[in-house]
Design a protein around this ligand. Structure first.
Ligand SMILES: Nc1ncnc2c1ncn2[C@@H]1O[C@H](COP(=O)(O)OP(=O)(O)OP(=O)(O)O)[C@@H](O)[C@H]1O
Length: 376
C-alpha cells in the first residue's frame, strides 16, 4: 500500500520511454523517441528545444489532448494512456491547468478578467466563487483588470489573467505552451515570475514549453529536448561567494536514460569534430570521450598527447581502466550504451556532459551568472 509519505515523494510528472509516431500519407514521423522526464511536486521546469524537437507533442500528451504511441506518462497519479473519456474531462478540469501562447485560446473576448476566471469555477460547480476570483486577481497582481475585457489589457495582463483562469480549480499541474511567445522581454520576465510566484504560494507544479532560452534564468530547472528525447538539463541555484554576496550558479548536465544512453551537447560534438564513432574510457571518477582517430588504443584512448582537445581532461591514460569505441547506431551526438550503465553511473557519469570531454574530472559545465546573467 502507498503511504502518505510515499505519495508526497511521488513526482507530479513521470514519463518513461514516451513515443509518439504520426503517420500521414504513409510517411511516419517520430515526434517523441523514448522520452524520459521526471518533475517533482511543486517544481517549476522549462522545456526548451528547437522547432520540431517534440515540445508541443509532449505537452499535448500531458494535457490529455493526445495519446502516446508507446511508453507511459503519469501526471499527478493519473496514467494518461489509460484514461477513459470521463476521466479525461475530470483530468482537464481538476488536475491540470493550461496557458497557451494565443490569448484567444485562453480568454473569452467578451468577458472581463473576473468573469473569465469565474468560467472554470462555474463549470466545475465550485462554491465561494467570488472569493476565489478575488484571491486569484490578487495573487496575479491584476485587481485593476477586474472589469476589463482582454482587448482593454496589455499582453502581460492578459497572460496573467490566463494564469488565474488556469489556476481557478486548484490544479496540481500547470502546463504552459509558449506563454511568453507574443511578449517583449520585460513583459515575458513578468509573466514567468507570475508563474514562479503561483508555484511558490500554491505549491502547483509548473511545466513551461518554450523556444525562449532566457526562460532558464527564471526557473530552477531547464530541460532541453533534442529529436524527441531529453538531452541536457540546466540546474540553477543561489550560493554565497567569499564576500557573502549572492551568486547565481547554473550547471549543465547530460541526461542519462535508463539504458545508459546520453546525448552529447551539439557544441561539444562540433568542438572535437566527433562523428559516427567515439572512444570511451572509464576512469576512476569519470568517463572520457575522444574522437575516433588514428594512434589511439583501447588502453590509451587519448593518445600520448591527450588528443582531440582533451588533454588535461582527467585523461591520464594510465588511470584508464577501460577504453572502448562507442559506435553511434543512430546519429552523431548520442553515445550508445557501450559502457556498462551501472559502472557508468557509479563513475559519476550522470553529470558527465560538461566533465568528460573538455573539463576536469566529471565536473559539470558550470557558469557564473552573476551580473548580466548568462554569459556563456
Ligand atoms: N499532427 C501531426 N502530424 C504529423 N506530424 C506531426 C504532427 N504534429 C507534429 N508533427 C511532427 O512531429 C515533430 C515534432 O513536432 P512538435 O510540434 O512537437 O515540435 P515542437 O518542438 O513543438 O516545434 P515548434 O517549436 O515549432 O512548435 C515535427 O517533425 C512535426 O512536424
Amino acid at each position: 500500500m502507498t503511504t502518505t509519505t510515499e505519495q508526497a515523494r511521488e513526482p507530479d510528472i513521470l514519463c518513461h520511454g514516451l513515443v509518439r509516431i504520426f503517420s500521414t500519407e504513409g510517411v511516419e514521423v517520430q515526434a517523441l523517441q523514448g522520452l524520459d522526464l521526471r518533475v517533482e511536486r511543486g517544481d517549476v521546469v522549462a522545456i526548451v528545444g528547437a522547432s520540431g524537437s517534440g515540445k508541443s507533442t509532449l505537452l499535448s500528451i500531458l494535457s490529455g489532448l493526445d495519446r502516446p504511441t508507446g511508453g507511459s506518462a503519469v501526471v499527478a497519479g493519473t496514467d494518461i494512456g489509460a484514461m477513459s473519456r470521463a476521466d479525461r474531462v475530470r483530468y482537464q478540469r481538476h488536475t491540470v491547468g493550461f496557458v497557451w501562447q494565443q490569448t484567444s485560446r485562453n480568454l473569452l473576448p467578451y468577458l472581463t478578467a473576473a468573469e473569465n476566471i469565474a468560467v472554470p469555477l462555474v463549470l466545475s460547480g465550485a462554491k465561494a466563487r467570488t472569493e476565489r476570483v478575488e484571491e486569484l486577481l490578487g495573487l496575479l497582481g491584476i485587481e485593476h483588470c477586474r472589469d476589463r475585457r482582454p482587448e482593454q489589457m496589455s499582453g502581460g495582463e492578459q497572460q496573467r489573467t490566463a494564469i488565474a483562469v488556469a489556476l481557478a480549480n486548484s490544479p496540481r499541474v500547470l502546463l504552459a505552451d509558449e506563454p511568453t511567445g507574443e511578449l517583449d522581454d520585460a513583459t515575458s520576465a513578468e509573466v514567468l515570475e507570475a508563474l514562479r510566484g503561483a508555484s511558490e504560494r500554491l505549491g502547483v507544479t509548473v511545466l513551461i514549453v518554450t523556444h525562449d532560452p532566457t526562460v532558464s534564468e527564471h526557473v530552477r530547472r531547464t530541460v532541453q529536448i533534442r529529436d524527441g528525447r531529453t538531452s541536457t538539463e540546466v540546474l540553477r541555484r543561489t550560493e554565497r561567494d567569499d564576500s557573502g554576496a549572492e551568486v547565481h550558479v547554473a550547471e549543465e548536465f547530460a541526461v542519462l536514460d535508463r539504458t545508459g544512453r546520453l546525448q552529447l551537447p551539439e557544441d561539444f560534438v562540433s568542438a572535437l569534430d566527433l562523428r559516427e564513432r567515439v572512444r570511451l574510457a572509464l576512469e576512476t571518477d569519470h568517463v572520457g570521450v575522444w574522437p575516433d582517430g588514428a594512434g589511439r588504443t583501447a588502453s590509451d584512448p587519448a593518445g600520448a598527447t591527450g588528443a582531440g582537445g582533451s588533454s588535461g581532461a582527467g585523461g591520464d591514460a594510465e588511470q584508464a581502466r577501460t577504453g572502448r569505441a562507442a559506435g553511434d547506431a543512430e546519429r552523431a551526438g548520442t553515445v550508445g550504451a557501450t559502457g556498462d550503465p551501472d559502472a557508468l553511473r557509479s563513475a559519476g557519469a550522470t553529470s558527465a556532459a560538461g566533465g568528460s570531454t573538455a573539463a576536469s574530472a566529471a565536473r559539470p559545465r558550470r557558469r557564473d551568472l552573476r551580473g548580466e546573467g548568462n554569459d556563456d
